[in-house]
Design a protein around this ligand. Structure first.
Ligand SMILES: Nc1nc2c(ncn2[C@@H]2O[C@H](COP(=O)(O)OP(=O)(O)OP(=O)(O)O)[C@@H](O)[C@H]2O)c(=O)[nH]1
Ligand SMILES: [Mg+2]
Length: 287
């Protein structure tokens, strides 16, 4: 357990187990669906998995595209494409957006099927592994591909606990996996981004630290949205910002004293529930 909550370090035992299981099963896999969240297309990408995934063909599935700032997200997706990734944005709150994934999988695996035909074998079902950080939408993606609720989902990290196979029609078998992080979250900026968009368990993070991080982030990237949400006149002083939010939202204790804890929770909830509008919190580094 993390003793110092202002320094986020979350690597529960089940994540190490998931990595081990993926390592054991990878040879059975034809293609990997690597899932990232469109609101944090850089931060939500699992680190250190290239060697784990060997040289399997991959599709970068970008979930929550309906929730992001498309202009900013598209810049990052273009960069991934330039690096050679096959990138497919999806809106899993709507139906029909995953058809492209099946088409692209068949296209990427055509050489494998051709090889089988040459050897006198029949083409076989494609086996796809779904992988990603916690809460990015891996299980929702599977339900959407299958077109019914076959695995549990929820807007919090750690919903899926085990690797499990799901057979769907359309010649594909899917392997759902629990969200994974990496042993040392040494990039604390990235850790905070993951935490404020629900990919790290709330209990592990200091609410004051994270709420102030959110204020700072929005001040930098979306100052107008921040002002608009809480009807703030200016963003000059953090203490004033907190006080204004507390007043507007009635986060006050007896005698009108400001309730800091409640104020932090309001800010964190607004972030998790997308109440600042369509936002993307990652930016490519300037050249
Ligand atoms: N609006 C919107 N919500 C989505 C989308 N994809 C996933 N979600 C929501 O994101 C939350 C997390 O989805 P899950 O499928 O449980 O995520 P997961 O990656 O399986 O999470 P773990 O199993 O906990 O690692 C749920 O509340 C989903 O409804 C999307 O494209 N758009
Ligand atoms: Mg899941």
């Amino acid at each position: 357990m993390n003793e110092n909550k202002t320094n986020i370090n979350s690597y529960p035992g089940h994540m190490a187990k998931a990595r081990r299981e993926i390592k054991e099963k990878i040879d059975l896999i034809d293609i990997v669906y690597e899932v990232i969240d469109a609101r944090m297309p850089l931060s939500s990408k699992v680190k250190d998995i290239d060697s784990l995934l060997k040289d399997k063909p991959r599709i970068l599935v970008v979930t929550k595209y309906d929730l992001c700032d498309k202009e900013e997200t598209d810049k990052i997706l273009k960069n991934y494409e330039e690096q050679g990734y096959s990138v497919i944005p999806v809106m899993l709150n709507q139906s029909g957006t995953t058809d492209k994934i099946i088409k692209e999988s068949n296209r990427l695996l055509e050489p494998m099927q051709q090889l089988r035909i040459k050897k006198g074998l029949k083409p076989r079902s494609i086996r796809a592994l779904v992988i990603g950080t916690p809460n990015v939408g891996k299980s929702t993606l599977i339900n959407s591909l299958v077109n019914k609720k076959v695995v549990s989902t929820g807007n919090r990290p750690g919903v899926t606990r085990n690797l499990s196979w799901i057979r769907i029609g359309q010649g594909i078998e899917l392997l759902d996996s629990p969200g994974i992080l990496w042993p040392k979250l040494d990039d604390q900026y990235q850790a905070k981004i993951l935490a404020c968009l629900s990919s790290i368990k709330e209990e592990l993070v200091d609410p004051e630290m994270l709420a102030m991080f959110v204020i700072d982030l929005l001040k930098r990237l979306y100052p107008e949205r921040l002002k608009e949400r809480y009807k703030l006149v200016n963003l000059d002083n953090e203490e004033n910002i907190l006080e204004e939010i507390a007043k507007r939202r009635g986060a006050l204790k007896k005698g009108g004293i400001m309730d800091y804890d409640k104020t932090y929770q309001i800010i964190l909830r607004d972030m998790k529930e997308n109440n600042f509008g369509l936002i993307t919190v990652d930016r490519l580094k300037e050249e």
